[in-house]
Each structure stands twice: as C-alpha cells, then as structure tokens.
Design a protein around this ligand. Structure first.
Ligand code: AMP
Length: 152
C-alpha cells in the first residue's frame, strides 16, 4: 500500500474545495502525512491589444490594494483551515495562475498527492478548461478531485 507523505490541498473557497480540504485532512491523519493548504490569487488582467493582456487594473489596482487583498485572503484561508484542525503554519497564498502554480508548488514541496475540488468558483473556467482537469494532466503525482455529486 502506498503511504502518502506530503499532501497539498488547493482551496479557492468554493464548497467543492471546502470538501477537498476536509478530505485532505482525513487522508493526512490516516497516513500521518504533512499537509499544506494553498490558495492562488489570480490578478485581474485586461486586454490592451489583440494579443497582449496586462495584469492589474490601472488606477484601481495598486500594491496597497494587492497587499490588503492578500492579508484578507490569508485570514480567510487560515480560518477555514483551523475549522478542520489544520494550523495556520500550513497555509500559504501565492499570486499567480492557479492551474500552473498549484502544480509548481506541489513539485517544490515534493507532494505525492494533490487534492482539489472537482469544481470551483469560476464558471468561465468550465468553458476554457478547468483547473482540476489541467492539474490532472500536468501533475507528476497522484491527484484526487473531490466530487460533491452535484454534477450540474
Ligand atoms: P475549477 O477547475 O477552476 O472549477 O476548480 C477546481 C478546483 O481547483 C477547486 O475546487 C480548487 O480545489 C482548485 N482551485 C481552483 N482555483 C484555485 C485557486 N485560485 N487557488 C487554489 N485552488 C484553486
């Protein structure tokens, strides 16, 4: 039997990822594995030319706004994790692109299992290709996509 030792769970605050968090904690307890909880903050982008998009919203998006957003997001992540009995030290947020940075983070921490929700908050993602599907195709470790059974 395989013993998972390093588990990464990706949280986007959807009910699916809440379920993923709970499942990841159960698995971490069963395997006595290290558990890390990751949220990726995706900055807004806007098109300037047909092929070029710029990150941020000029006049609205500043470093100060970004800092405040990150602090509030971390607080929310920690509170969600603590409800599951996961310490704040296991929580991390990074700025980037979820489907890429979750896999990158998993590689850095040598994760042997990534746990995600089958769906997330983004409706657009379903049209352009979901985060869960992309992780499943690019990760070099096992991926568990937790399904709430509401295949709407
Ligand atoms: P999606 O494929 O975007 O509908 O999301 C599926 C799952 O991927 C979510 O339930 C989360 O577990 C994870 N996920 C999506 N976006 C993010 C994000 N920005 N940060 C962390 N996890 C994410």
């Amino acid at each position: 039997m395989h013993n998972y030792q390093n588990i990464l769970v990706a949280v986007d605050f959807s009910t699916h990822s809440e379920q993923a968090l709970s499942r990841a904690k159960q698995l971490a307890d069963i395997y006595s594995a290290d558990l890390q909880v990751l949220h990726v903050t995706e900055m807004p982008t806007y098109p300037v030319l047909e092929d070029i998009a710029i990150t941020g919203l000029p006049g609205i998006w500043s470093d100060e706004v970004a800092d405040k957003l990150q602090q509030a997001t971390l607080k929310r992540l920690v509170s969600m994790a603590e409800k599951e009995g996961i310490p704040s030290s296991a929580c991390e947020i990074v700025v980037g692109v979820a489907k890429q940075d979750i896999v990158k983070h998993a590689e850095q921490m040598k994760a042997d299992l990534i746990v995600v929700g089958r769906r997330g908050v983004s409706m657009i993602q379903r049209l352009i290709g979901s985060t869960a599907d992309s992780i499943l195709h690019t990760a070099s470790c096992d991926v568990l996509a937790v399904n709430l059974g509401d295949n709407e």
